[in-house]
Design a protein around this ligand. Structure first.
Ligand code: B1M
Length: 635
């Protein structure tokens, strides 16, 4: 049986002879090529040559965004429109739309002029990104800057025509041959609204626009929907056997209610159309799936790819297998930190594989892979050993063993939505309600009203607003509210603070403290950092948001300039975590370490790491970071 046949059988729910092993190595390959640190025997080889030499199937799910044939392949990256070799259509904008492309160093700006107005975008690909192995450019300026842009972007999508283009895809498919399955895609989103969320707006701003401009959003989603429909029709008649239908689900970002409303119906629609043509629908589910388990299962997708289980996320591998088997195929299963020396010892790594082979017995609907991808500093030998163990131990059906179930945590249901606050102070009811419901316009009048009635600004802040923010913070911590609610409440707090500020005693403001916060060099993830910023601002801290991808020197210079009480650093990539230690050392070198407290956070960071690098504290989430900051300031 060939590798392609095994993957297709597993994806269709049949039992191949051997567990397919399809490790994704793009990030590892790109970074180690830049540093010339590829293993000796593989120097000078391409990524695919390495996989072939090791006997692994080629991972051909996410396209090679940086290997383009011509500018048009990715120039509309910030609109989420591509025509890569992995795709089966080409696009044409109506001739009245004028498009200018400007290269500015690491940046590429694109201006779109339509008869009803202009919009622009900018993407970045820096040296830092190259070194970290990033496989796609970063959208540095999004197309939707305000409500007026919606109509123009809608116009672009209404005047976009897709045409079948199978030739290059066929060539690429032939090149892969029996070593893998060539996956095509529409883009990186699963639905028009998901497309708007991923491509048109900053990750945090999206939630504000989603609440503030529902009509504009809906109408834009309809225009983008026409693009999706055209693409789906072409893909259905194309030579592709597998289709990537969207990426990056996460129960915080694409929270359950949103997933159910905006994403599930489109996955179902695509799966139905594609299944009728014998094609497989695959989604890149690389985030935290705890709150999405049933929704993903019921979405009708055939394959959930990039499944990254515990200990990198909350769901354990056997929980995935038990809850999904029979319904959809799991692709992934080995969290990438299992390949890192500092995260897993040899014994833990081998133990994880022992456990995995037992709990996924009989091995139906499983494609083994590294989720999301192999990190640059992975122990390459571990990738090889997984392949060897598959050959020796993973003939199907697998025999189940006495693997002890690890899943003792109960799945929390997000039923307890924000309820009416328990009021002891009737008079603050309106502002509490505004914070809880995230009503940033009404709150200004309500606060002014209370001030006009002679109430003390400090009482309005503490007994009205902060107590409501605590409720939100606690609900976020216990998983009963999601990012949008927290961000909307924090925005309402910030608006109200603006009205209150002149009335608040100066001492009270100073007492809350100043915090600088940023994401370390090489890391562009900012959703979590933004949440921490909004929560801290929401409870009255003076926060300077330094942004993302910050070199050590910038942290030092900003500490000198702002003289904060606390410096906060965020990192989401295991490869960027060491930057935090460098910043702390640099603060010592510059005689600043005893003048500022340092706190750190981000998914791969933990308390032990914080202690090891000499930080003063670790914030597991936004709510806990507020408590941490308060306690450090008190000290
Ligand atoms: Co990326 N990504 N990503 N990604 N991404 C992860 C982090 C990953 C774990 C996915 C996976 O493997 N399953 C993986 C990292 C693996 C590793 O190193 N351990 C990964 C990868 C590999 C990558 C790329 C390299 C992919 C590629 O190019 N091939 C690339 C890197 C780009 C770069 O940074 N150079 C990349 C890109 C992206 C997107 C652009 C697609 C997008 C980012 C959008 C954005 O941020 N604007 C993205 C996303 C969305 C994710 C996942 C799915 C979700 C992250 C998130 O926002 N979570 C993520 C999967 C995961 O984490 N399981 C993943 C929600 C957020 C609220 O949680 O950020 O943890 P979090 O923040 C929490 C706490 O950690 C804490 O409070 C927050 C709120 O409670 N916290 C702090 C955070 N910072 C804090 C600071 C504090 C205190 C608390 O004090 C200062």
């Amino acid at each position: 049986m060939t590798k392609r046949e095994r993957i297709l059988m597993a994806a269709r729910g049949e039992l191949p002879d051997l567990l397919p092993y399809v490790p994704r190595i793009d990030l590892w390959y790109n970074a180690n090529s830049v540093f010339n640190t590829l293993p000796e025997k593989h120097r000078g080889r391409t990524q695919d040559e390495i996989s072939r030499a090791e006997g692994w199937a080629l991972h051909k799910v996410v396209p090679e965004f940086l290997k383009i044939r011509r500018q048009e392949d990715t120039i509309h990256r910030a609109l989420g429109i591509y025509s890569l070799k992995e795709m089966v259509f080409d696009y044409k904008f109506s001739p009245e739309i004028e498009i200018d492309v400007l290269k500015e160093g690491d940046f590429t700006r694109v201006n779109y002029r339509t008869p009803i107005g202009e919009v622009s975008t900018r993407v970045m690909y820096s040296e830092e990104m190259k070194r970290s192995g990033a496989s796609i450019t970063w959208i540095d300026e999004h197309v939707l800057k305000g409500p007026k842009d919606y109509k123009v972007v809608g116009y672009l999508f209404d005047h976009l025509e897709l045409v079948p283009a199978f030739e290059d895809f066929r060539k690429w498919k032939d090149y892969i041959g029996e070593d893998g399955v060539a996956c095509t895609m529409v883009g990186l989103a699963s639905s028009p609204m998901h497309h708007i969320q991923k491509e048109f707006l900053d990750a945090t701003e999206f939630y504000f626009h989603y609440k503030d401009y529902p009509g504009e959003m809906q109408s834009l989603a309809e225009s983008v929907g026409r693009f999706f429909d055209q693409a789906l029709k072409i893909i259905a008649d194309s030579p592709a056997e597998m289709v990537l239908w969207g990426a990056n689900f996460d129960d915080m970002i694409t929270y359950p209610a949103y997933f159910q409303k905006e994403i599930s119906p489109w996955i179902r629609k695509a799966a139905e159309v594609l299944r009728a043509k014998g094609k497989i629908t695959l989604c890149h589910c690389d985030g935290e799936n705890l709150g999405l388990m049933d929704l993903i299962k019921d979405s009708e997708m055939d394959v959930a790819e990039a499944i990254c289980p515990y200990p990198m996320t909350k769901v354990k591998i056997q929980e995935y297998y038990e809850r999904w088997k029979g319904n959809l195929t799991i692709f992934g299963g080995i969290p990438s930190n299992m390949l890192l020396e500092e995260s897993a010892t040899e014994e833990e790594f081998e133990g994880y594989l022992d456990h995995l082979f037992k709990v996924i017995a009989p091995g139906k609907r499983f494609i083994l892979g590294i989720a999301d991808t192999t990190p640059p500093n992975a122990v390459f030998d571990r990738l090889i050993r997984i392949g060897e163990r598959v050959e020796k131990e993973a003939r199907l059906p697998l025999e189940g063993g006495a693997a002890r179930p690890l899943g003792e945590k109960l799945i929390k249901k997000a039923e307890a939505r924000i309820g009416a606050p328990e009021l002891t102070d009737e008079v603050f009811k309106s502002v509490r309600g505004d914070v809880l419901s995230g009503n940033h316009t009404a709150i200004k009048n309500h606060v002014q009203d209370l001030l006009d009635r002679g109430l003390n600004a400090k009482d309005i802040l503490n007994r009205g607003m902060l107590s409501a923010m605590e409720v939100i913070g606690n609900k976020f911590k216990d998983g009963t509210v999601f990012i949008p609610e927290v961000l909307l409440s924090a925005r309402a707090m910030n608006e109200a603070l603006r009205v209150l500020e002149p009335f608040l005693a100066k001492e009270a403001k100073d007492a809350s403290g100043k915090i600088l916060i940023g994401t370390v060099r090489g890391d562009l993830h900012d959703i979590g950092k933004n949440m921490v910023v909004t929560m801290l601002r929401g409870v009255g801290f003076d926060v300077v948001d330094l942004g993302v991808n910050l070199p050590v020197d910038t942290f030092v210079a900003k500490v000198k300039e702002h003289k904060p009480d606390i410096l906060g650093m965020s990192a989401l990539l295991t490869t960027t975590m060491p930057e935090m230690k460098k910043v702390i050392s640099a603060l010592s070198t510059h005689g600043l370490r005893d003048k500022v407290k340092v706190i750190i956070g981000g998914a791969p960071v933990n308390d032990k790491f914080a202690k090891d690098i000499g930080a003063d504290g670790y914030g597991p989430d936004a709510g806990a970071s507020v408590e941490l900051a308060r306690s450090l300031i008190r000290k």
